[in-house]
Design a protein around this ligand. Structure first.
Ligand code: FAD
Length: 633
């Protein structure tokens, strides 16, 4: 049956990429349909019930600054929050939250069901409708054909998914969900370049069978015994009172016996016996991989993380495994506190198809099929946060394509989202890609705390940011700007400042006039201390919140570094956005090496900046190309 209504954007898949893609496209006014296997699993966390962390938290805040759902849903569902790296510089500080799985899904679903311009439909998609080199819709399992101008595919780990537990394996999208076999075959028929990757998950434990008295408690921030009294929030619109009841995590350890048990299963491990070909995430390895690679380490920390307020299920973070169940049973029971632990669900690995993201244009549209966009794990990434950010990006660009407008492409100096997209389309992946702060060369300016300052205006212009968020952001931006101005134009005269006051706040008397902005740049002078100077004589008239004060302090303290980085960005930008014509004949630039000419002809980068990040394309080659372009080719 041909469905009677037509859509601007069809999103296939209701995971983290798909839900953000659908919400973004619909917020921008595109008539959007979200097609997914099962409405009950919208926003499902396939693995760890946690959001954020270093690099990942940065992406979540960017999604939030652009009006996305992940951060605010986490505020509504988070049962433990922590600020990681809190004693380090602001660029690497990151929020991490433990979420209640059920509450998280409910928060996402509530947003999807109440989003104007968005319809949901439960069915597996088996086929894509293609006319010439354009996608024109998607066909479901029972033959319902939905027409659309663009399709965003976010099938996650489901394409030809195969689960492994020991030497047993079966087809599935993740435990309990069907795989997408027909769609995978159809994509192969379309000759989109693809490969296999794998990921894994630990066995889940029944909390009633854990002896927590033998484990170390790890409370979150803002909880009794936590690292700070301040309760973190994820979203710029979040408030601590949105959080449900908070819970502690627990820590236990593997030991020599655990490691022996794990080694005893190597001969039945699908990883070590060649049953699994796909490459797994290097930074989230299985426990057998850790024991094999770091043979000299005799213990690893295992975090026991609650999965929610209404369940006894615990996620033992650190023992992801695809070893046979009998080995899983023994290895779990070898650890302190887990001697009698009951496994509720076995751990497993899953292998799945991914598509080479170097075959995507910079807006995530496939090069060979117009209107077809890919986002999320299908592009070779791992993680909810990476998926959500890509989904939002693809949703925006699909909506823009429907309006015949130019794509929205944040730069590497503007957002982690820019770094993520750029890395994927220029370098591709050899293993599941996850975000780190070290991937961002301009990380001093790409902080969690200023994601709104970097992106909310763009989000508003794109139609992503609602009035409530925009008003809150505008008030914050204006307050920061007014106060920064005031600090720069308020002078402290050494003659009128009592020496005792000067010593108390500034460490020693000042020898000349300084403005408050300059004094705040000093490492030991906080904003609060400055405002207390001389009986509060220099206090602001306006009331400032913690977030505004944080912006003012970071901007002052790091201004030297930030200015230097800004100069670097300016220097790099002279070639970053220089366009390379689509039909550019690299063969005629004979001064380039044969290898570089071949690579550029194959990848056809859209700009000189993208060309510079293709592996093997040297700075010398970029200079040659620049000269060639300036001469008019
Ligand atoms: P998914 O969350 O997989 O969502 C895909 C969605 O598409 C689902 O809703 C599915 O029903 C739907 N779908 C698929 N095919 C079709 C179709 N043909 N028709 C209709 N709907 C379809 N990440 C980490 O960061 N660390 C880890 O340790 C980790 N371990 C993992 C372990 C396992 C076993 C799994 C399965 C995942 C793990 N992940 C891990 C990855 C994390 O779950 C994903 O990165 C993230 O969920 C990807 O989001 P996504 O939206 O791209 O895809």
């Amino acid at each position: 049956m041909l469905y009677p209504e037509e859509f601007d954007v069809i999103v296939v898949g209701g995971g983290h990429a798909g839900t953000e893609a659908a919400l973004a496209a619909a917020r921008m006014g595109a008539k959007t349909l979200l097609l997914s296997h099962n409405i009950e699993t919208l926003g499902q966390m396939s693995c760890n019930p946690s959001i954020g962390g270093i690099g990942k938290g940065h992406l979540v805040r960017e999604v939030d600054a652009l009006g996305g759902a992940m951060a605010i849903a986490t505020d509504e569902a988070g049962i433990q929050f922590r600020i990681l790296n809190s004693s380090k510089g602001p660029a690497v500080r990151a929020t991490r939250a433990q979420a209640d799985r059920v509450l998280y899904k409910a928060a996402i679903r509530h947003r999807l069901e109440n989003q104007p311009n968005l319809s949901l439909f439960q069915q597996a998609v088996d086929d894509l409708m293609i006319e010439g080199d354009h996608v024109v819709g998607a066909v479901t399992q029972v033959g319902i054909a939905f027409k659309a101008r663009t399709v965003v595919l976010t099938a996650g780990t489901f394409l030809d998914g195969r689960i492994h537990v020991g030497l047993d394996n079966y087809q599935a999208g993740r435990a309990g969900d069907p795989p997408a076999i027909r769609l995978s075959a159809r994509l192969k028929e379309l000759k989109l370049p693809q490969g296999r990757l794998k990921t894994g998950t630990p066995p889940r434990l029944d909390g009633r069978s854990i002896d927590f008295s033998k484990c170390t408690e790890q409370p979150g921030d803002g909880m009794p015994g936590g690292a700070t009294d301040t309760m973190p929030v994820f979203s710029f619109m979040g408030r601590p009172d949105m959080h449900p009841r908070q819970m502690a995590c627990w820590v236990t350890h593997t030991n020599a016996r655990t490691h022996d048990i794990i080694r005893s299963g190597f001969d039945r491990s699908p990883m070590f016996t060649g049953k699994i070909d796909g490459i797994g995430p290097r930074y989230c390895p299985s426990v057998e991989d850790k024991i094999n690679r770091f043979a000299d380490k005799d213990s690893h920390q295992i975090f026991l993380e609650p999965e929610g307020l209404t369940t006894n299920e615990y996620y033992p973070n650190g023992i992801s495994t695809s070893l046979p169940f009998d080995v899983q049973y023994e290895l779990v029971r070898s650890m302190a506190g887990l001697e009698n632990a009951h496994i509720l669900r076995p751990g497993y690995a899953i292998e799945y198809d991914y598509f080479d993201p170097r075959e995507l244009k910079s807006n995530f549209e496939t090069r060979s099929i117009q209107g077809l966009f890919f986002a999320g794990q299908i592009n070779g990434t791992t993680g909810y946060e990476e998926a959500a950010a890509q989904g939002l990006f693809a949703g925006i660009n699909a909506a823009l394509k429907c309006r015949d407008e130019a794509p929205w492409l944040p730069g590497r100096d503007e957002a982690y989202l820019g770094v993520l997209v750029d890395d994927l389309i220029t370098k591709g992946v050899t293993e599941p890609y996850r975000m780190f702060t070290s991937r961002a060369e301009f990380r001093l300016q790409l902080r969690e705390d200023n994601a709104d300052m970097r992106l909310t205006e763009a989000g508003r212009q794109l139609g992503l940011v609602g009035d409530l968020q925009w008003d809150a952001f505008s008030r914050k931006r204006d307050a920061v700007s007014r106060e920064t101005q005031r600090l720069r134009s308020t002078w402290v005269n050494p003659r009128s400042l009592p020496a005792s006051e000067s010593e108390r706040v500034l460490g020693k008397p000042i020898e000349r006039e300084y403005n408050l902005g300059d004094l705040l740049r000093r490492p030991d002078v906080s904003y609060a201390a400055l405002m207390s100077l001389d009986g509060g004589k220099y206090e602001a008239k306006q009331t400032l919140g913690a977030a505004e004060i944080e912006q003012i302090e970071i901007a002052a303290k790091y201004s030297g570094y930030i200015d230097r980085q800004h100069d670097e960005v300016q220097r790099a930008s002279h070639f970053e956005k220089l366009k390379l014509p689509e039909d550019f004949d690299y063969g005629q630039v004979t001064a380039l090496s044969f290898e570089v000419r071949q690579k550029l002809s194959k990848h056809r980068p859209e700009t000189l900046g993208l060309a510079s990040r293709i592996s093997g394309v040297t700075p010398a080659a970029i200079s040659l190309l620049m000269v060639h372009l300036r001469k008019g080719g």
